[in-house]
Design a protein around this ligand. Structure first.
Ligand code: SF4
Length: 244
């Protein structure tokens, strides 16, 4: 006499075999392991928002989709002088995201965020935190370098900021670090100088945000490296408290 568990297993196996035989009759010869899930087949929510069909089921868009939509972006005047659009780099599922200001000359040349001398200092900060660039995600508020490194205008920030918002929505990190005045002020919509904001926890759309100095500022003012490290220790503690 079969016990109930064995009996259920036998029935499930027979049903699976019948289904597979039926599929074979359809001409199915191979079941793919990495077929997209039902969730992946839904349209991105951002796509529906732009067509005002917000009631339909949708999913969070991917970084690749956001980058593809930007294309050879001409949405503001900075496009006319940039060499490369610097989208961002790193782990698309990172628990920790660093947001800088805009591309430096080296970033503009290479199309990569946080390269050059400030990038090296940034790498050292990550190393001291026990992290690598692959473990985190790094990007800037503004994706293109201004002519003669001028600050971006309000209209340029407004044109580019939605992409950062969508990137952060796609990654959904546990902790954000805003590096420098422009990053902190853009994310927080707060005009307080970074010297006053740094070191205190803030919130961006429910994500813990730590404002601190930009590595390029620390190259010019190395006496503030101690403050940055205090801020990064708080970031590590916060990540550990979330079991990341
Ligand atoms: S700064 Fe942003 S909005 Fe302006 S051209 Fe570059 S990517 Fe487009």
């Amino acid at each position: 006499m079969l016990d109930k568990r064995t009996q259920s297993l036998k029935i499930a196996t027979a049903e699976t075999l019948a289904t597979l035989q039926d599929m074979r009759r359809w001409g199915v010869e191979h079941i793919y392991e990495n077929s997209p899930s039902a969730q992946e087949l839904l349209p991105p929510c951002a796509e529906l928002e732009s067509s005002n069909s917000t009631a339909a089921p949708c999913r969070v868009e991917t970084l690749e989709e956001i980058r593809a939509e930007m294309g050879d972006c001409q949405r503001c005047l900075l496009s006319s002088t940039r060499n490369n659009l610097v989208f961002g780099a790193g782990n698309p599922k990172a628990a920790l995201v660093f947001v800088g200001e805009g591309p430096s000359r080296r970033e503009d040349e290479q199309g990569e965020p946080f390269v050059g001398e400030a990038g090296q200092l940034f790498n050292n900060i990550l190393f001291a935190m026990g992290l690598t660039r692959d473990a985190v995600y790094i990007c800037n508020v503004i994706k293109c370098r201004g002519p003669h490194n001028r600050d971006p205008g309000v209209d340029e920030i407004a044109a580019c900021a939605p992409f950062l918002k969508r990137q952060l929505n796609a990654i959904n990190p546990q902790v954000l670090v805003a590096l420098g005045t422009l990053a902190a002020q853009s994310l927080l919509q707060d005009k307080t100088p970074i010297s006053k904001l740094r070191g205190g926890w803030c919130s961006y759309n429910g994500i813990d945000l730590m404002p601190t100095f930009h590595p390029a500022y620390l190259l010019r003012n190395p006496e503030f490296k101690r403050e940055l490290w205090q801020d990064m220790k708080q970031v590590l503690q916060r990540l550990h408290s979330k079991d990341m």
